[in-house]
Ligand binder design. Structure first.
Ligand code: PAF
Length: 280
């Protein structure tokens, strides 16, 4: 496995691979890797001749400096895991390498980024689109892998690829959960054992809501989920929205769409967690 920190070097290496007709897969990450990332990497190495994992904590997608400062960084542990998983290249550039000058590009995602994460983290998805478009331009992957925990991010990346006519196949992978069913996240490292136990209620409530969905309208079901979660010590729901899985707009009746997903953001102390459940 080669660890590369400059754009010119990774471009050189991959040009050689492409000339040989090898397919290239990319897993973009911000490091602090866990089993969720490992599942993306395993699929990437299985699907492609050459697998690249980027490890870069992207400052432009943080709308809160404290969150950026506290974001866990474990590069040595990450590289060890990626080596074990048989990755060919780790691309781990500095901020200066990726942003030699301020990235002033502003993307237009219509309504897709006006709701949920986009509403509560203004500018977040513009930053995600800035870095992912740069990574796609540098690596030129045939396939790129993203987790479905970041459900809205996946929709944004797909829309960006469509808008920019990028020849990248974007593959969404199922959420991987801890043994207590808490969705795996780099941010879980910041939770105490007690907080992890409380946070495990999030998915429990989401599953219960799915079993009783026929008894409620989407709006009433949302109220129920929010009230139940806010009742757990230390948890505070930021939003819970039941949306059409393609356009991310709220549904008012279950017949509004054949593809409905409930997306949630919850504060557990000062750690912000997201999760989702597919209703249909
Ligand atoms: O999901 C993430 O870890 C990040 O948003 C991504 C896609 C690596 C872009 O920085």
């Amino acid at each position: 496995m080669k660890i590369i920190d400059t754009i010119s070097e990774i471009e050189n290496q991959l040009q050689g691979c492409r000339k040989k007709g090898e397919t290239i897969g990319l897993v973009p990450t911000m490091g602090a890797l866990h089993e969720g990332h490992a599942s993306l990497v395993k699929r990437c190495t299985a699907d492609n001749n050459i697998s690249v994992v980027s490890v870069f904590v992207n400052p432009t997608q943080f709308n809160n400096n404290e969150d950026l400062k506290l974001y866990p960084r474990t590069p040595e542990k990450d590289y060890e895991l990626l080596e074990e998983l048989g990755v060919d290249y780790v691309f781990s550039p500095s901020v200066e390498e990726m942003y030699p000058e301020e990235d002033k590009r502003v993307f237009d995602f219509g309504q897709l980024d006006k709701v949920m994460e986009g509403e509560f983290r203004p500018g977040h998805f513009n930053g995600v689109a800035q870095i992912v478009s740069k990574l796609f331009a540098i690596i030129k992957p045939d396939n790129a892998y993203f987790g479905e925990k970041d459900f809205q991010q996946l929709a944004i990346v797909r829309d960006m690829v469509r808008q920019l006519s990028m020849p990248v196949n974007v593959i969404g992978m199922p959420i991987i959960r801890e043994s207590n069913r808490l969705a795996m996240s780099s941010r879980n490292q910041r939770l105490s054992e007690e907080q992890k136990k409380n946070a495990s209620e999030i998915y429990k409530v989401l599953r219960e809501s799915k079993s009783s969905m026929s008894e409620y309208t989407p709006e009433k079901l949302s109220d129920y989920v929010i009230a139940r979660i806010n009742n757990v010590p230390g948890l505070k729901t930021e939003y819970f929205q039941i949306v059409d899985g393609d356009n991310l707009q709220q549904v008012t009746v279950w017949n509004d769409s054949d593809y409905i997903v409930g997306c949630i953001a919850v504060f557990c102390g000062d750690v912000r967690l997201i999760d989702n459940i597919r209703y249909k």
